[in-house]
Write a protein that binds this ligand. Structure first.
Ligand code: NAP
Length: 452
Protein backbone atom coordinates (compact mmCIF):
# COMPACT_ATOMS: atom_id res chain seq x y z
CA UNK A 1 0.00 0.00 0.00
CA UNK A 2 1.55 3.23 -1.17
CA UNK A 3 0.99 6.87 -0.35
CA UNK A 4 2.00 9.09 -3.25
CA UNK A 5 2.03 12.88 -3.07
CA UNK A 6 -0.23 13.89 -6.00
CA UNK A 7 1.48 17.28 -6.33
CA UNK A 8 5.09 16.06 -6.48
CA UNK A 9 4.37 12.54 -7.76
CA UNK A 10 6.82 11.22 -5.14
CA UNK A 11 6.21 8.17 -2.97
CA UNK A 12 5.75 9.28 0.65
CA UNK A 13 5.70 5.84 2.19
CA UNK A 14 5.17 2.15 1.45
CA UNK A 15 2.97 0.45 4.02
CA UNK A 16 2.88 -3.27 4.59
CA UNK A 17 -0.62 -4.67 4.45
CA UNK A 18 -1.68 -6.52 7.62
CA UNK A 19 -1.96 -10.29 7.22
CA UNK A 20 -5.30 -11.99 7.83
CA UNK A 21 -4.08 -13.38 11.15
CA UNK A 22 -2.92 -9.91 12.27
CA UNK A 23 -6.35 -8.56 11.32
CA UNK A 24 -8.12 -11.31 13.28
CA UNK A 25 -5.99 -10.65 16.36
CA UNK A 26 -6.78 -6.93 16.24
CA UNK A 27 -10.51 -7.58 15.86
CA UNK A 28 -10.40 -9.95 18.84
CA UNK A 29 -8.74 -7.26 20.97
CA UNK A 30 -11.25 -4.64 19.85
CA UNK A 31 -14.10 -6.98 20.72
CA UNK A 32 -12.57 -7.58 24.16
CA UNK A 33 -12.30 -3.82 24.64
CA UNK A 34 -16.00 -3.49 23.76
CA UNK A 35 -17.08 -5.55 26.75
CA UNK A 36 -15.69 -3.02 29.21
CA UNK A 37 -16.19 0.09 27.03
CA UNK A 38 -19.93 -0.54 26.77
CA UNK A 39 -20.16 -0.35 30.57
CA UNK A 40 -18.57 3.10 30.83
CA UNK A 41 -20.82 6.06 31.53
CA UNK A 42 -21.55 8.80 29.01
CA UNK A 43 -19.68 11.12 31.34
CA UNK A 44 -16.51 9.02 31.14
CA UNK A 45 -16.76 8.66 27.36
CA UNK A 46 -17.27 12.39 27.01
CA UNK A 47 -14.03 13.10 28.88
CA UNK A 48 -12.06 11.06 26.33
CA UNK A 49 -14.00 12.57 23.43
CA UNK A 50 -13.23 16.08 24.63
CA UNK A 51 -9.55 15.13 24.97
CA UNK A 52 -9.72 13.97 21.37
CA UNK A 53 -11.29 17.27 20.35
CA UNK A 54 -8.45 19.12 22.09
CA UNK A 55 -5.72 16.91 20.54
CA UNK A 56 -7.11 17.59 17.08
CA UNK A 57 -6.93 21.33 17.63
CA UNK A 58 -3.44 21.22 19.15
CA UNK A 59 -2.11 19.13 16.25
CA UNK A 60 -4.13 20.67 13.42
CA UNK A 61 -1.14 22.00 11.46
CA UNK A 62 0.65 18.66 11.57
CA UNK A 63 -2.47 16.64 10.73
CA UNK A 64 -3.42 18.98 7.90
CA UNK A 65 0.09 18.44 6.53
CA UNK A 66 -0.53 14.68 6.28
CA UNK A 67 -3.80 15.29 4.41
CA UNK A 68 -2.13 17.71 1.98
CA UNK A 69 0.75 15.39 1.22
CA UNK A 70 -1.36 12.24 0.80
CA UNK A 71 -4.30 13.55 -1.24
CA UNK A 72 -3.44 17.08 -2.36
CA UNK A 73 -6.13 19.14 -0.62
CA UNK A 74 -5.16 22.80 -0.21
CA UNK A 75 -3.78 23.47 3.26
CA UNK A 76 -6.47 25.90 4.41
CA UNK A 77 -9.21 23.38 3.55
CA UNK A 78 -7.24 20.65 5.34
CA UNK A 79 -7.07 22.77 8.48
CA UNK A 80 -10.82 23.43 8.18
CA UNK A 81 -11.35 19.67 7.94
CA UNK A 82 -9.46 19.02 11.18
CA UNK A 83 -11.40 21.78 12.95
CA UNK A 84 -14.64 20.22 11.78
CA UNK A 85 -13.53 16.86 13.22
CA UNK A 86 -12.92 18.61 16.54
CA UNK A 87 -16.42 20.08 16.37
CA UNK A 88 -18.09 16.69 15.82
CA UNK A 89 -16.20 15.27 18.82
CA UNK A 90 -17.46 18.17 20.95
CA UNK A 91 -20.98 17.82 19.58
CA UNK A 92 -21.34 14.14 20.47
CA UNK A 93 -19.51 14.55 23.78
CA UNK A 94 -22.20 17.09 24.69
CA UNK A 95 -25.26 15.41 23.18
CA UNK A 96 -24.82 11.62 23.07
CA UNK A 97 -26.37 11.05 26.47
CA UNK A 98 -29.55 12.97 25.66
CA UNK A 99 -29.78 11.36 22.19
CA UNK A 100 -29.62 7.89 23.74
CA UNK A 101 -31.54 8.32 26.96
CA UNK A 102 -34.39 5.95 27.69
CA UNK A 103 -37.68 6.90 26.05
CA UNK A 104 -40.82 6.01 28.01
CA UNK A 105 -43.83 4.74 26.05
CA UNK A 106 -47.36 4.57 27.41
CA UNK A 107 -48.84 1.04 27.29
CA UNK A 108 -50.97 -1.14 29.62
CA UNK A 109 -47.79 -2.32 31.36
CA UNK A 110 -46.59 -0.57 34.49
CA UNK A 111 -43.53 0.61 32.61
CA UNK A 112 -42.38 0.44 29.01
CA UNK A 113 -39.49 2.22 27.35
CA UNK A 114 -36.91 2.17 24.58
CA UNK A 115 -33.33 1.71 25.71
CA UNK A 116 -30.55 2.41 23.18
CA UNK A 117 -27.71 -0.05 23.68
CA UNK A 118 -24.37 -0.41 21.84
CA UNK A 119 -24.02 -3.38 19.51
CA UNK A 120 -20.27 -4.08 19.42
CA UNK A 121 -17.48 -3.51 16.94
CA UNK A 122 -18.39 -1.64 13.78
CA UNK A 123 -16.24 -1.73 10.64
CA UNK A 124 -15.80 1.61 8.85
CA UNK A 125 -14.66 1.50 5.22
CA UNK A 126 -13.71 5.04 4.32
CA UNK A 127 -12.64 7.14 1.30
CA UNK A 128 -9.65 9.44 0.78
CA UNK A 129 -11.45 12.66 -0.15
CA UNK A 130 -12.04 13.92 3.41
CA UNK A 131 -9.64 11.47 5.04
CA UNK A 132 -10.20 12.75 8.59
CA UNK A 133 -13.76 14.08 8.45
CA UNK A 134 -15.31 10.93 6.99
CA UNK A 135 -13.73 8.87 9.76
CA UNK A 136 -14.58 11.25 12.59
CA UNK A 137 -18.22 11.54 11.68
CA UNK A 138 -18.39 7.77 12.19
CA UNK A 139 -15.96 7.54 15.10
CA UNK A 140 -17.42 10.22 17.39
CA UNK A 141 -21.01 8.92 17.53
CA UNK A 142 -19.95 5.25 17.46
CA UNK A 143 -17.63 5.54 20.46
CA UNK A 144 -20.00 7.81 22.38
CA UNK A 145 -22.75 5.20 21.89
CA UNK A 146 -20.48 2.63 23.54
CA UNK A 147 -19.46 0.79 20.39
CA UNK A 148 -15.89 0.06 19.37
CA UNK A 149 -14.58 0.52 15.83
CA UNK A 150 -12.11 -0.74 13.25
CA UNK A 151 -11.16 1.39 10.28
CA UNK A 152 -10.30 0.22 6.78
CA UNK A 153 -9.25 3.45 5.14
CA UNK A 154 -8.62 4.07 1.44
CA UNK A 155 -5.28 2.58 0.42
CA UNK A 156 -3.77 5.94 -0.59
CA UNK A 157 -4.24 7.58 2.85
CA UNK A 158 -2.67 5.10 5.25
CA UNK A 159 -0.75 7.93 6.93
CA UNK A 160 -4.06 9.58 7.86
CA UNK A 161 -5.45 6.23 9.04
CA UNK A 162 -2.52 5.64 11.39
CA UNK A 163 -2.57 9.25 12.60
CA UNK A 164 -6.25 8.87 13.61
CA UNK A 165 -5.50 5.67 15.53
CA UNK A 166 -2.64 7.47 17.27
CA UNK A 167 -4.86 10.46 18.17
CA UNK A 168 -7.47 8.22 19.79
CA UNK A 169 -4.74 6.65 21.86
CA UNK A 170 -3.28 10.05 22.84
CA UNK A 171 -6.73 11.17 23.96
CA UNK A 172 -6.59 8.44 26.62
CA UNK A 173 -9.31 6.12 25.32
CA UNK A 174 -8.85 2.58 26.66
CA UNK A 175 -6.58 0.46 24.47
CA UNK A 176 -8.19 -1.12 21.39
CA UNK A 177 -11.42 0.84 21.50
CA UNK A 178 -10.59 2.06 18.01
CA UNK A 179 -8.06 0.45 15.66
CA UNK A 180 -6.88 0.90 12.12
CA UNK A 181 -6.52 -2.08 9.80
CA UNK A 182 -4.09 -1.54 6.94
CA UNK A 183 -5.78 -3.77 4.40
CA UNK A 184 -6.82 -3.61 0.76
CA UNK A 185 -10.41 -3.78 -0.41
CA UNK A 186 -10.14 -7.51 -1.18
CA UNK A 187 -9.65 -8.19 2.55
CA UNK A 188 -12.90 -6.45 3.51
CA UNK A 189 -15.15 -9.49 2.93
CA UNK A 190 -13.40 -11.57 5.60
CA UNK A 191 -13.63 -8.69 8.08
CA UNK A 192 -17.37 -8.27 7.52
CA UNK A 193 -17.85 -12.03 7.87
CA UNK A 194 -15.87 -12.15 11.12
CA UNK A 195 -18.50 -12.94 13.81
CA UNK A 196 -17.01 -10.28 16.11
CA UNK A 197 -17.88 -7.53 13.62
CA UNK A 198 -21.47 -6.48 14.19
CA UNK A 199 -22.10 -3.90 11.47
CA UNK A 200 -20.42 -1.99 8.67
CA UNK A 201 -20.52 1.55 7.39
CA UNK A 202 -19.03 2.49 4.04
CA UNK A 203 -18.45 5.87 2.51
CA UNK A 204 -17.27 5.61 -1.06
CA UNK A 205 -18.32 4.82 -4.58
CA UNK A 206 -21.53 3.07 -5.57
CA UNK A 207 -19.75 -0.12 -6.78
CA UNK A 208 -17.89 -0.41 -3.45
CA UNK A 209 -21.18 0.13 -1.61
CA UNK A 210 -22.93 -2.52 -3.67
CA UNK A 211 -20.20 -5.04 -2.89
CA UNK A 212 -20.03 -4.31 0.85
CA UNK A 213 -23.81 -4.24 1.19
CA UNK A 214 -24.21 -7.62 -0.48
CA UNK A 215 -21.61 -9.22 1.81
CA UNK A 216 -23.15 -7.58 4.88
CA UNK A 217 -26.62 -8.59 3.71
CA UNK A 218 -25.64 -12.22 3.36
CA UNK A 219 -23.97 -12.10 6.79
CA UNK A 220 -27.15 -10.43 8.15
CA UNK A 221 -25.27 -7.44 9.48
CA UNK A 222 -26.56 -3.91 9.39
CA UNK A 223 -24.92 -1.54 6.92
CA UNK A 224 -24.98 2.19 6.32
CA UNK A 225 -23.87 3.43 2.91
CA UNK A 226 -22.80 6.97 1.99
CA UNK A 227 -22.10 6.77 -1.72
CA UNK A 228 -21.62 8.94 -4.76
CA UNK A 229 -23.65 11.89 -5.91
CA UNK A 230 -24.34 14.05 -8.93
CA UNK A 231 -26.02 16.91 -7.12
CA UNK A 232 -28.32 19.10 -9.23
CA UNK A 233 -28.81 22.80 -8.57
CA UNK A 234 -31.87 24.58 -9.92
CA UNK A 235 -31.27 28.23 -10.73
CA UNK A 236 -34.75 29.69 -11.09
CA UNK A 237 -35.49 32.81 -13.11
CA UNK A 238 -35.98 34.91 -9.97
CA UNK A 239 -32.62 33.89 -8.44
CA UNK A 240 -29.95 36.40 -7.45
CA UNK A 241 -27.63 35.44 -10.31
CA UNK A 242 -24.35 36.68 -8.86
CA UNK A 243 -24.88 34.99 -5.48
CA UNK A 244 -26.06 31.78 -7.12
CA UNK A 245 -23.07 31.65 -9.49
CA UNK A 246 -20.59 32.39 -6.68
CA UNK A 247 -22.00 29.72 -4.34
CA UNK A 248 -22.35 27.16 -7.13
CA UNK A 249 -18.72 27.67 -8.18
CA UNK A 250 -17.55 27.49 -4.56
CA UNK A 251 -19.33 24.18 -4.11
CA UNK A 252 -18.11 22.79 -7.43
CA UNK A 253 -14.46 23.60 -6.68
CA UNK A 254 -14.33 22.67 -3.01
CA UNK A 255 -11.72 19.95 -2.45
CA UNK A 256 -10.80 20.25 -6.15
CA UNK A 257 -14.29 19.02 -6.99
CA UNK A 258 -13.80 15.73 -5.13
CA UNK A 259 -16.78 15.98 -2.85
CA UNK A 260 -19.78 13.66 -2.83
CA UNK A 261 -22.00 16.68 -2.14
CA UNK A 262 -20.26 19.00 -4.58
CA UNK A 263 -22.69 20.87 -6.83
CA UNK A 264 -22.24 19.07 -10.14
CA UNK A 265 -25.14 19.81 -12.48
CA UNK A 266 -26.62 23.28 -12.91
CA UNK A 267 -30.09 23.54 -14.38
CA UNK A 268 -30.72 27.13 -15.28
CA UNK A 269 -33.95 28.88 -16.27
CA UNK A 270 -33.92 29.79 -19.97
CA UNK A 271 -34.32 33.55 -19.43
CA UNK A 272 -31.24 33.88 -17.23
CA UNK A 273 -29.11 31.15 -18.82
CA UNK A 274 -26.71 33.40 -20.73
CA UNK A 275 -26.18 35.77 -17.82
CA UNK A 276 -25.61 32.95 -15.31
CA UNK A 277 -23.33 31.11 -17.72
CA UNK A 278 -21.13 34.18 -18.26
CA UNK A 279 -20.76 34.76 -14.51
CA UNK A 280 -20.23 31.06 -13.77
CA UNK A 281 -17.52 30.64 -16.43
CA UNK A 282 -15.83 33.87 -15.30
CA UNK A 283 -15.60 32.61 -11.70
CA UNK A 284 -14.47 29.12 -12.73
CA UNK A 285 -11.74 30.64 -14.90
CA UNK A 286 -10.47 32.77 -12.01
CA UNK A 287 -9.73 29.73 -9.83
CA UNK A 288 -5.99 29.08 -9.72
CA UNK A 289 -4.72 25.53 -9.52
CA UNK A 290 -1.29 24.95 -8.03
CA UNK A 291 0.77 23.93 -5.01
CA UNK A 292 -1.69 22.98 -2.24
CA UNK A 293 0.65 24.52 0.34
CA UNK A 294 0.58 27.92 -1.39
CA UNK A 295 -2.08 30.13 0.25
CA UNK A 296 -2.81 31.70 -3.17
CA UNK A 297 -3.89 28.34 -4.63
CA UNK A 298 -7.64 27.82 -5.01
CA UNK A 299 -7.54 24.17 -6.02
CA UNK A 300 -4.84 21.55 -5.59
CA UNK A 301 -4.19 18.45 -7.66
CA UNK A 302 -6.65 15.59 -7.73
CA UNK A 303 -5.83 12.79 -5.30
CA UNK A 304 -4.35 10.36 -7.82
CA UNK A 305 -3.21 10.43 -11.45
CA UNK A 306 -5.51 7.51 -12.39
CA UNK A 307 -8.53 9.36 -10.99
CA UNK A 308 -7.56 12.50 -12.92
CA UNK A 309 -7.23 10.46 -16.13
CA UNK A 310 -10.61 8.81 -15.55
CA UNK A 311 -12.25 12.21 -15.12
CA UNK A 312 -10.63 13.48 -18.32
CA UNK A 313 -11.93 10.45 -20.21
CA UNK A 314 -15.48 11.28 -19.05
CA UNK A 315 -15.02 14.78 -20.47
CA UNK A 316 -13.40 13.58 -23.72
CA UNK A 317 -16.10 10.98 -24.38
CA UNK A 318 -18.86 13.51 -23.71
CA UNK A 319 -17.24 15.99 -26.11
CA UNK A 320 -16.89 13.29 -28.78
CA UNK A 321 -20.62 12.73 -28.38
CA UNK A 322 -21.43 16.42 -28.89
CA UNK A 323 -20.88 18.26 -25.58
CA UNK A 324 -19.27 21.70 -25.74
CA UNK A 325 -16.34 22.78 -23.56
CA UNK A 326 -16.82 26.37 -22.39
CA UNK A 327 -13.66 26.36 -20.33
CA UNK A 328 -10.88 23.91 -19.35
CA UNK A 329 -11.13 20.28 -20.43
CA UNK A 330 -7.43 19.47 -20.91
CA UNK A 331 -4.66 17.77 -18.95
CA UNK A 332 -2.06 20.36 -17.92
CA UNK A 333 1.64 19.59 -18.47
CA UNK A 334 3.74 18.30 -15.59
CA UNK A 335 3.73 15.40 -13.17
CA UNK A 336 1.13 16.78 -10.73
CA UNK A 337 -2.39 15.31 -10.93
CA UNK A 338 -3.97 18.65 -11.89
CA UNK A 339 -7.23 19.06 -13.71
CA UNK A 340 -8.40 22.57 -14.52
CA UNK A 341 -11.84 23.94 -13.64
CA UNK A 342 -13.96 22.83 -16.58
CA UNK A 343 -17.42 23.84 -17.79
CA UNK A 344 -19.51 21.80 -20.25
CA UNK A 345 -22.80 22.53 -21.99
CA UNK A 346 -24.93 20.76 -24.61
CA UNK A 347 -24.76 17.63 -22.48
CA UNK A 348 -27.54 15.14 -23.29
CA UNK A 349 -28.60 11.65 -22.17
CA UNK A 350 -26.15 8.95 -23.20
CA UNK A 351 -23.07 11.02 -22.43
CA UNK A 352 -20.89 10.16 -19.40
CA UNK A 353 -21.21 13.78 -18.23
CA UNK A 354 -24.99 13.36 -18.14
CA UNK A 355 -25.21 10.12 -16.15
CA UNK A 356 -21.98 9.61 -14.23
CA UNK A 357 -20.56 11.26 -11.16
CA UNK A 358 -17.84 13.75 -12.18
CA UNK A 359 -15.43 13.57 -9.24
CA UNK A 360 -13.34 16.63 -10.00
CA UNK A 361 -13.76 20.30 -10.95
CA UNK A 362 -16.07 19.70 -13.93
CA UNK A 363 -19.45 21.45 -14.11
CA UNK A 364 -22.32 20.76 -16.48
CA UNK A 365 -24.76 23.53 -17.44
CA UNK A 366 -28.28 22.80 -18.67
CA UNK A 367 -30.77 25.31 -20.09
CA UNK A 368 -34.31 24.35 -19.09
CA UNK A 369 -37.81 25.68 -18.65
CA UNK A 370 -39.41 25.07 -15.26
CA UNK A 371 -41.07 21.76 -16.16
CA UNK A 372 -37.96 20.28 -17.72
CA UNK A 373 -35.77 21.49 -14.86
CA UNK A 374 -37.13 19.09 -12.23
CA UNK A 375 -37.12 16.21 -14.69
CA UNK A 376 -33.45 16.79 -15.57
CA UNK A 377 -32.53 17.26 -11.90
CA UNK A 378 -34.08 13.91 -10.97
CA UNK A 379 -32.91 12.08 -14.09
CA UNK A 380 -30.04 10.42 -12.25
CA UNK A 381 -29.40 7.24 -10.31
CA UNK A 382 -28.03 9.37 -7.49
CA UNK A 383 -29.94 11.19 -4.74
CA UNK A 384 -27.50 12.70 -2.30
CA UNK A 385 -27.80 16.50 -2.21
CA UNK A 386 -29.48 19.21 -4.28
CA UNK A 387 -29.92 22.97 -4.28
CA UNK A 388 -32.43 25.58 -5.37
CA UNK A 389 -31.70 29.27 -5.95
CA UNK A 390 -34.76 31.49 -5.95
CA UNK A 391 -36.04 34.66 -4.31
CA UNK A 392 -39.38 32.91 -3.69
CA UNK A 393 -38.64 31.01 -0.48
CA UNK A 394 -42.01 29.18 -0.45
CA UNK A 395 -41.38 27.92 -3.96
CA UNK A 396 -37.84 26.91 -2.96
CA UNK A 397 -39.15 24.96 0.04
CA UNK A 398 -41.83 23.24 -2.04
CA UNK A 399 -39.21 22.10 -4.56
CA UNK A 400 -36.93 21.02 -1.71
CA UNK A 401 -39.62 19.00 0.04
CA UNK A 402 -41.62 17.53 -2.82
CA UNK A 403 -39.72 18.08 -6.06
CA UNK A 404 -36.08 17.11 -5.71
CA UNK A 405 -35.12 13.48 -5.08
CA UNK A 406 -32.28 13.85 -2.59
CA UNK A 407 -31.32 13.26 1.04
CA UNK A 408 -30.54 16.95 1.65
CA UNK A 409 -31.72 20.05 -0.18
CA UNK A 410 -30.44 23.54 0.52
CA UNK A 411 -32.31 26.63 -0.64
CA UNK A 412 -30.13 29.61 -1.62
CA UNK A 413 -26.98 27.90 -0.41
CA UNK A 414 -24.88 24.87 -1.26
CA UNK A 415 -25.15 21.56 0.61
CA UNK A 416 -22.79 21.22 3.57
CA UNK A 417 -22.51 18.57 6.23
CA UNK A 418 -23.08 19.77 9.79
CA UNK A 419 -22.91 17.63 12.96
CA UNK A 420 -26.41 18.87 13.91
CA UNK A 421 -28.09 17.80 10.64
CA UNK A 422 -28.77 14.30 9.31
CA UNK A 423 -26.60 13.49 6.31
CA UNK A 424 -27.11 10.81 3.68
CA UNK A 425 -28.75 9.91 0.42
CA UNK A 426 -31.43 7.96 -1.39
CA UNK A 427 -31.38 5.90 -4.62
CA UNK A 428 -27.83 4.78 -5.52
CA UNK A 429 -26.34 7.37 -3.18
CA UNK A 430 -26.94 4.90 -0.36
CA UNK A 431 -29.04 4.48 2.73
CA UNK A 432 -28.92 5.27 6.40
CA UNK A 433 -27.87 8.58 7.90
CA UNK A 434 -24.84 9.97 9.63
CA UNK A 435 -24.58 12.88 12.09
CA UNK A 436 -27.24 14.40 14.38
CA UNK A 437 -29.50 12.32 16.60
CA UNK A 438 -30.34 10.10 13.62
CA UNK A 439 -26.71 9.14 12.96
CA UNK A 440 -25.90 7.99 16.48
CA UNK A 441 -28.96 5.72 16.44
CA UNK A 442 -27.87 3.79 13.34
CA UNK A 443 -25.57 1.45 15.23
CA UNK A 444 -27.45 0.80 18.44
CA UNK A 445 -29.85 -1.85 19.56
CA UNK A 446 -33.21 -0.11 19.85
CA UNK A 447 -34.24 -2.28 22.76
CA UNK A 448 -37.79 -2.49 24.05
CA UNK A 449 -38.08 -2.97 27.80
CA UNK A 450 -41.47 -3.74 29.33
CA UNK A 451 -42.15 -4.14 33.06
CA UNK A 452 -45.37 -5.61 34.49
P1 NAP B 1 -13.96 3.93 -3.42
O1 NAP B 1 -13.00 3.57 -4.46
O2 NAP B 1 -15.29 3.31 -3.42
O3 NAP B 1 -13.23 3.62 -2.01
C1 NAP B 1 -13.85 3.88 -0.78
C2 NAP B 1 -13.38 2.86 0.20
O4 NAP B 1 -13.92 1.60 -0.15
C3 NAP B 1 -11.87 2.66 0.24
O5 NAP B 1 -11.47 2.35 1.53
C4 NAP B 1 -11.67 1.47 -0.69
O6 NAP B 1 -10.50 0.77 -0.43
C5 NAP B 1 -12.89 0.65 -0.35
N1 NAP B 1 -13.35 -0.22 -1.43
C6 NAP B 1 -13.33 0.01 -2.76
N2 NAP B 1 -13.89 -1.03 -3.42
C7 NAP B 1 -14.25 -1.92 -2.46
C8 NAP B 1 -14.86 -3.21 -2.50
N3 NAP B 1 -15.23 -3.77 -3.65
N4 NAP B 1 -15.07 -3.86 -1.36
C9 NAP B 1 -14.71 -3.31 -0.18
N5 NAP B 1 -14.12 -2.11 -0.07
C10 NAP B 1 -13.91 -1.41 -1.19
O7 NAP B 1 -14.21 5.50 -3.34
P2 NAP B 1 -13.12 6.65 -3.31
O8 NAP B 1 -12.56 6.80 -4.67
O9 NAP B 1 -12.18 6.43 -2.18
O10 NAP B 1 -14.04 7.90 -2.92
C11 NAP B 1 -14.78 8.59 -3.84
C12 NAP B 1 -16.22 8.14 -3.83
O11 NAP B 1 -16.74 8.25 -2.52
C13 NAP B 1 -17.08 9.03 -4.68
O12 NAP B 1 -18.00 8.27 -5.39
C14 NAP B 1 -17.78 9.91 -3.66
O13 NAP B 1 -18.96 10.49 -4.11
C15 NAP B 1 -17.96 8.97 -2.55
N6 NAP B 1 -18.16 9.69 -1.28
C16 NAP B 1 -19.39 9.70 -0.71
C17 NAP B 1 -19.62 10.40 0.46
C18 NAP B 1 -20.97 10.45 1.11
O14 NAP B 1 -21.06 10.85 2.27
N7 NAP B 1 -22.04 10.05 0.45
C19 NAP B 1 -18.57 11.11 1.05
C20 NAP B 1 -17.33 11.09 0.42
C21 NAP B 1 -17.14 10.36 -0.74
P3 NAP B 1 -9.19 0.89 -1.40
O15 NAP B 1 -8.75 2.31 -1.35
O16 NAP B 1 -8.24 -0.06 -0.79
O17 NAP B 1 -9.68 0.50 -2.76
Amino acid sequence: MQSINPFTGKVICDYKEYSSSEVEKIILKVDQAFHSWKLTSFEQRAIFMKNLQARLLVKKEELAGIIVSEMGKVKREAIGEIEKCASVCGYYAENAESFLKNEPIKTEASEAYISYQPIGTVLAVMPWNFPFWQVFRFLAPALMAGNTGVLKHASNVSGCALAIEQLVSEAGFPENVFRTLLIGSNAVKAVIENPLIKAVTLTGSTPAGRSVASIAGYALKKSVLELGGSDPYLILEDADIETAARLCVTSRLLNAGQSCIGAKRFIIAEVIYDQFKAEFVRLMSEAKFGDPLDPETSIGPLARIDLRDELHQQVVKSVEMGATVLFGGFIPEGSAAFYPPTVLENVVPGMPAYHEELFGPVAVLFRANSEEAIRIANDTVFGLGAGVFTSNIEKGKALAEKGLEAGCVFVNDFVKSDPRLPFGGIKESGYGRELSVVGIREFVNVKTVVVR
